[in-house]
Design a protein. Structure first.
Length: 114
């Protein structure tokens, strides 16, 4: 989901994840150089990426698992057995619900909307 905010040049993915973590008590995990994951549990996380545009700030959230390693394991299980696909299908509504919860918090929180 793409969330468009007023221009906040000091907002980074790390700062956004810390605000969410402080509010809900979730763990913050470095997913990649530019992407931070807010982890509800091992299988449910929302990744955050902050893009600074010329006149606004954009936060992109995705439903995901909490680590790249687990993501690769699920892909491997999908390719070589049906188990990974079944687990992915079962988990996706929970992952999406969590990502929507994070996106709604970003849209409504005064920390993101000064």
């Amino acid at each position: 989901m793409r969330i468009k905010l007023s221009h906040q040049p000091n907002l980074t993915a790390e700062k956004a994840a810390e605000i969410i973590s402080k509010h809900y008590g979730y763990q913050v995990v470095q997913y990649s150089k530019e992407i931070i994951a807010v982890e509800k549990n091992t299988f449910i996380a929302a990744t955050l990426q902050v893009n600074q545009k010329e006149d606004y700030t954009e936060i992109i959230t995705h439903a995901n698992v909490s680590s790249k390693g687990l993501n690769l394991l699920m892909l491997f299980l999908c390719l070589f057995t049906g188990v990974g696909l079944l687990v992915s299908i079962i988990l996706f509504p929970f992952q999406l619900g969590f990502a929507l919860k994070v996106a709604d918090f970003i849209k409504s929180s005064p920390d993101f909307n000064p």
